[in-house]
Design a protein around this ligand. Structure first.
Ligand SMILES: Nc1ncnc2c1ncn2[C@@H]1O[C@H](COP(=O)(O)OP(=O)(O)OP(=O)(O)O)[C@@H](O)[C@H]1O
Ligand SMILES: [Mg+2]
Length: 246
């Protein structure tokens, strides 16, 4: 299958062909939120390297800083201190349009699906493609191919309300893959679905990682879900307190 071409030369986040530069580097990363005048330390000096092709699970109790970390990796927020590098590029040196371009090269999948209710599955997947100015017939072909990849060939015309939780999450994954991302960021992708469906979804994510080489960075608080990853980090109070590799 050639749905995911992870090296797209004209992009800022161009994959390093020799794969010698890590995909993601976090250096002494700190994030402090202000609640009124009260500072909340969400991340307190996180160091992490993720290489191309890895499948990393981020574990930790509620409030430990998992989503904060994922948002910083996804260039959705800025650190208070420290550095996020993607393919060796320090995000703090980029302007807003360069950051927007970086975000386009990242696939986001969240717990609550985030699908637009009036769009059917094909239209949802086509949406990021239309922003890129790809022709209508190309978009359609690509969206249908991606939906087939995630096992939704027979659900192409279904709107979110006509899909199960697991199917909605598959649409979200197909949509996240549409821009041929360098990596996927998944925040509790199985949080709102039953355990059998979650297992099927994890098999899909695992196959995309192993067979298509898509790097996965996934938050979960479920140890059984984390087992699909090749490496786990555990956060507590904004720090990495444990790391486990298979
Ligand atoms: N926008 C914000 N403003 C203020 N405080 C915030 C904000 N976002 C998160 N926090 C605080 O930062 C800390 C880390 O939050 P974060 O959302 O990263 O946790 P999490 O590990 O993802 O938790 P959960 O498992 O519940 O999703 C928490 O104490 C939280 O209350
Ligand atoms: Mg969270």
């Amino acid at each position: 299958m050639d749905v995911i071409n992870i090296s797209k030369s004209e992009q800022v986040t161009q994959s390093n062909s020799a794969n010698d530069i890590p995909l993601i580097e976090l250096e002494n990363l700190e994030k402090q939120y202000l609640m009124g005048n009260v500072p909340v330390d969400a991340l307190c000096g996180v160091n992490l390297t993720v290489n191309h092709g890895e499948f990393l699970a981020i574990l930790g109790p509620s409030g430990s800083g998992k989503s904060t970390m994922l948002n910083l990796i996804g260039a959705l927020d800025k650190p208070s201190k420290g550095v996020v590098k993607i393919d060796g590029v320090n995000l703090t040196t980029l302007n807003n349009s360069q950051l927007a371009r970086i975000r386009q090269r990242i696939g986001f999948v969240f717990q609550f699906f985030n699908l637009i209710p009036r769009l059917n599955a094909r239209e949802s997947v086509e949406l990021p493609l239309s922003i890129q100015g790809i022709s209508r017939s190309e978009r359609r072909k690509k969206a249908e191919h991606l939906l087939e990849t995630v096992g939704l060939k027979d659900r192409i015309e279904h709107k979110p309300a006509e899909l199960s939780g697991g199917e909605r999450q598959r649409v979200a994954i197909a949509r996240a893959l549409a821009n041929e991302p360098n990596f996927l960021l998944l925040d509790e992708p199985t949080g709102k679905i039953d355990s059998k469906t979650a297992k099927d979804l994890m098999t899909l994510i695992s196959n995309l990682n192993k067979e298509e080489g898509v790097t996965m960075i996934m938050i979960t608080h479920d140890e059984r879900i984390a087992k699909y990853a090749s490496r786990q980090i555990h956060l507590l109070d904004g720090k990495i307190v444990k790391e486990v590799s298979k």
